[in-house]
Design a protein around this ligand. Structure first.
Ligand code: AMP
Length: 547
């Protein structure tokens, strides 16, 4: 017997329709690439996203064709989120921090037909457009009078001219909810980048899941600042959850430095912000130097890389801001776990609570996870056993775009497919998962594993250390030994021996790194993560002391 409920497809267009009808006057505030502050509302975003839809129909792009963006977080990008996906085309967010060659490769691999870009990326587009013959339409996200007369890009249009004068009326099509809606390429440390292809259904379910109180806890009373870029897994899905709950959105544009982010948080009464640790480091540095406090910020989502304990402490204790440590992946839309405490953990001492907050947290309903040993046997949830972390759920990929890399799933005895995350983790009895490493970053010393994250966290607790990366170096006896590569804070001093002494008593002796290498900068990838492959490459002539 079937249930007798309305069978409405879960579509991205329903999000913007809802936001307009129920939260039409709620503000969307953006810092533009020109530096000024632009004010819009959900109502305006909805009307303009329908103009985008009409403009796309005017280009005669077929359903399923890819429309790429090369843009910072801002209102026009948001209009494209709904306008492109709502019509059945696929929004492809490009990462402007990639090398131009790689960018052109991705545009061609995705078969992008149109590309909409912020004017700050004009030089990049000028460098790659001739290598992207499949792109037929180039749109600059600017007013008509900002368009350069001689760009060298054939048929370049200004966004405002393109959508201006179009009807604000559009009937969103009733698509199959499993239709593709957007795509994002993962950085992929080996081989060519691969794309996760999201569907309307996966996006809507993720929007519900992410908004839950024990996940990101979004509500109509929030003013949310996604510092995480809209080209990094759809700003962790926040634009969709924001439309579902009708909160205010605040977009930082290209200004991600501590001063600009702080000013926006204060002026727009931001209650929740989301970003990677490197961004928060810049913000905290600015606040410490200038003796500042937050007046409205209540919580901050930190994910993308492990959040060091010093950062959790600074937010929690110095600034009274709750840290939501979150973990996920491009292949997971991206949310997997969020570290919100249960009543039992809230009753613990501050020190014991910090240990829990360092973990990546509990699975959001919709995500199932397990850890397995090398033979694929499930390991216990005791907080000690560690193994490969596998996940499954309706917003996790089954395969990559165009089937690249074959079938990525691992099948259990019941034939259920699990996605191998490439992370190594523990899970405790309360379901709190903790990443110990990327499987390729784990250091194996004398048959025992050393967590590079643990080694980095200790270094980061030293007041003179701005950034630390732990990598394994070949060792004739132990196979590998850890070293820590350190960037010092400006004007701060610490010697190799002082830093090594700092490890004493904080970890087992054999887990203390063998050496400290001071550098001016640690290479960061396109999404702000430390690039350990590049770092290993840079240190290829390094020899361990005594090796
Ligand atoms: P990406 O798909 O580029 O977002 O990268 C996903 C990977 O980032 C994960 O598989 C983890 O290795 C890492 N990652 C994401 N969030 C965290 C976190 N909170 N702690 C540690 N690693 C993380």
């Amino acid at each position: 017997m079937l249930g007798q409920m309305q069978n409405q497809p879960l579509l991205i267009s329903s999000l913007i329709t809802h936001a307009e009808r129920h939260h039409g006057s709620t503000e969307i505030v953006s810092r533009r690439v020109e530096g000024d502050i632009h004010r819009s509302t959900w109502g305006q975003i909805a009307r303009r996203s329908r103009q985008v839809a009409n403009a796309l129909d005017g280009l005669q792009l077929a359903h399923g064709e890819r429309v790429a963006t090369l843009a910072w977080n801002g209102y026009r990008h948001l209009e494209l989120y709904f306008g492109v996906s709502g019509t059945g085309r696929v929004l492809h967010t490009l990462n402007p921090r990639l090398h131009p060659e790689q960018l052109a490769w991705i545009v061609n691999h995705a078969d992008d037909r149109a590309l909409c870009f912020d004017m700050s990326f004009l030089p990049l587009v000028q460098a790659v457009h001739s290598k992207c013959p499949g792109v037929r339409h180039w749109v600059a996200l600017c007013d008509a009078d900002k368009l350069p007369t001689e760009s060298g890009i054939p048929g370049l249009m200004s966004y405002e001219t393109w959508i201006g004068g179009r009807s604000e009326t559009y009937v969103w099509p009733e698509l199959d909810e499993n239709s593709a809606s957007s795509m994002c390429y993962t950085s992929g440390t080996t081989g060519n980048p691969k794309a996760a292809l999201y569907s309307h259904r996966s996006t809507l379910l993720h929007a519900y899941g992410a908004a839950l109180p024990d996940a990101l806890g979004c509500s109509a009373r929030d003013s949310i600042l996604p510092v995480v870029p809209m080209f990094h897994v759809n700003a962790w899905g926040l634009p969709y959850s924001a439309a579902a709950v009708g909160c205010k959105l605040v977009f930082p544009g290209p200004a991600l430095d501590g001063k600009s982010v702080y000013e926006l948080i204060e002026s727009e009464k931001v209650s929740m912000a989301a970003g990677v640790p490197t961004v928060w480091q810049m913000l905290l540095g600015h606040m410490q130097q200038n003796g500042l406090k937050f007046s409205t910020l209540r919580r901050t989502v930190i994910g993308g890389s492990a959040c060091p304990p010093t950062m959790i402490n600074a937010f929690n204790h110095t600034y009274g801001v709750e840290v939501l440590h979150a973990w996920g992946m491009t292949e997971m839309s991206p949310l997997g776990t969020v570290c919100t405490l249960k009543s039992a953990q809230l009753a613990l001492s501050p020190e014991a609570q910090l240990k829990v907050r360092l973990k990546q947290g509990r699975a959001v309903f919709g995500v199932d996870m397990k850890i397995v040993d090398e033979a694929g046997h499930e390991l216990p949830w005791d907080g000690k056993a560690y193994g490969d972390l596998l996940v499954r759920g309706p917003w996790i990929i089954t395969s990559y775009f165009k089937g690249e890399g074959g079938d990525p799933l691992r099948y259990d005895a019941n034939g259920k497919g699990w996605f191998p995350t490439g992370d190594v983790a523990t899970i405790d009895a309360d379901g709190f998962m903790q990443i110990t490493d990327r499987s390729k970053d784990v250091i194996k010393s004398g048959g025992e594993w050393i967590s590079s994250i643990d080694v980095e966290n200790i270094a980061m607790a030293h007041p003179a250390v701005a950034m630390a990366a732990c990598i394994g170096m070949k060792h004739p006896k132990w196979d590998e030994r850890p070293i820590v590569v350190v960037v010092k804070k400006p004007g701060a001093e610490v010697s190799r021996d002082e830093l090594l002494a700092f490890y004493e008593g904080k970890t087992a002796k054999w887990q203390i790194p063998d050496d400290v290498v001071f550098v001016d900068a640690i290479p960061l990838g396109a999404t702000g993560k430390m690039q350990k492959m590049t770092l290993r490459q840079q240190l290829k002539d390094y020899v361990l002391p005594g090796a």
